[in-house]
Design a protein around this ligand. Sequence first.
Ligand code: ZN
Length: 463
Amino acid sequence: MIRNYISKLMKNLIWTIILVVVSANLLARTNSTHSKISGVQGDNTYKEFNCFAVIAGKAATADGSVLLAHNEDDSGEQMLNIYVVPAKEKRDADGKTVQNAKYLWCEFPGMEVADAFLNEYGVGIVSNSCPSREDRDDFTDGGVLYELRTTVAKQARTSKEAVTLLGKLVEERGYRGSGRTYSIADPNEAWIFSAVKGRHWVAQRVPDDCVMALPNNYIIGHVDLSDTANFAGSPDIIEYAIDRGWYNPKTDGQFSFKRAYCKPSTYISDRNVLRHQSALQYLTGRQYESDPDSFELFVKPDRKITLEDMIEILSSHGENLTGEKAGKDVMEKHQECICVNHTVLSTIFQLNVNTPAEIGHIMWVAPGKPCVEPFVPWYTGMNKAPEGWGRFSTSEEAEVKHFSDSKGMRANYPEAKIWEIVDKWDWLTENYGERIDSVEQQRKEMQKKIFREHRKRMKKLRK
Ligand SMILES: [Zn+2]
């Protein structure tokens, strides 16, 4: 069994090396055709382990990068594909020529709210389910969902521009899910954008010197739409809450978006509260009570945040909480907190204005659980994805078939690299208590090696 396990690790190492080699092949641009994607599935709103995000502004990080870290949590066996989508010119509905950006695309076939994107301008987008209390439908043409993230990937040159694009789509078409918060970052700043079923939304900028954590409930509180440098949203966001009886200015004090619009059960869910608490404790070094009202939206970290800090948070299981969550070393089972049993992808966007042009922008990817898999750098400067990470040879085909070909993935695409990772997880959890230490040690060693290679590459390119 040990030999089997080592063999799996070696396979993993091999794709890491392939990636690193391919990553060195940078820059050339190719044109190809894109196809319009239309969504057919509903929002994914099962229990509240449904993604987690951490954002650090550029003055809060050790290297001046904006860092956006995210765990993608989805039930069932999910097939991760990664594509490099080339830039493309296309005509819009009015016959105007539009330039679509080149971007990296982490694709889960058939999913509307799971894919991660990072484009050539360094604009990255991921999202967390945040159920709202809205129970009225208000859509045009079925509303908008998947298209929100693809529009940002193709069109946004900054995260603020992404907020404008998303707000327009939600207002024009109506948001089809219950509620969701999109985390959007670029090398200068980051925003969070909360969509509510129907036509309402609000967005807030992350202050440069702050960090924030996002579980599966809305976290934006006070809203000041007159402060356009830091807020954007539906003009009637407060009035609508008053009309619906979700906010009473006479008894509730200052308006709080999260208190007014969040589905109440998710706001107080242990699954959300404990993950939020754990992340804030990691980021600030302070102890928090398990009370969501006491969690600040933005906090100043107790040190400059690094990529390693983000990896530690994404791969954590409540080790810094007291009570039954504490003491992972005595656990016989994988403990769920920020990293959970159905985490299918972990990404960290490391966005910096000084990244060498050949690299472009960096998406660190741990396919599967971040406590098991090391993070590998994918660059927007790459020309194509390594063998085995896309079920089709072209991103155009993947776009066309994103929804239409999404069943029986393992049977239809048995050679994909992701199955080795899924199988490794199954092997690990057969005897987690005995196997996790060696798996963790291997992950850490591989991570160090990957970081060394990446740093070497950056240094060479900067010369
Ligand atoms: Zn884990």
